[in-house]
Design a protein around this ligand. Structure first.
Ligand SMILES: [Zn+2]
Length: 144
């Protein structure tokens, strides 16, 4: 009996199934070959955003940001550090709300940066404002 997790490829949108025990072993997308949980922050579009946030079993943290937002840029390296710290346990992604304003509207986002944590296809929690890596990591661990 092996437990598996649904993971959307954040690069191509392919739905993958990965044995939970192999999450640490660098699983790759069956379609495009990209690493599914490499500890990086993947920039994605609204299509992949919607697939991943609605289908994935593994926790997914999305950074809602925009290029004009100073605090967003300040937080980016902190977000990347937290992504590495939580490799294999949660995935990190970001979406440019200037390119995809409909997403902000739908999610009723009033200020950025905003982090939303998703798990098992639904929203679990939000964390607003620019935060250091330790805060981001703590926020995610709270909900693992
Ligand atoms: Zn892929």
């Amino acid at each position: 009996m092996s437990e598996s997790a649904r993971l959307t490829c954040l690069f191509c949108g392919q739905a993958n199934r990965v044995p939970v025990a192999k999450l640490d072993a660098g699983p790759k997308c069956a379609k495009c070959g990209a690493k599914l949980a490499a500890g990086d922050v993947v920039a994605f579009d609204v299509t992949r955003h919607d697939k991943a946030t609605r289908n994935d079993d593994l926790p997914l943290i999305v950074d809602y940001w925009a290029p004009w937002c100073g605090p967003c840029k300040m937080m980016a390296p902190e977000f990347a550090k937290a992504a590495i710290a939580l490799r294999g346990k949660a995935r990190f992604a970001k979406i440019d709300t200037q390119d995809y304003p409909a997403v902000s509207q739908r999610l009723q986002i009033r200020g950025i940066p905003l982090l939303i944590l998703y798990a098992k296809g639904r929203e679990v929690a939000r964390l607003s404002g620019a935060r250091p890596a330790t805060d981001i990591e703590g926020f995610v661990r709270q909900h693992l």
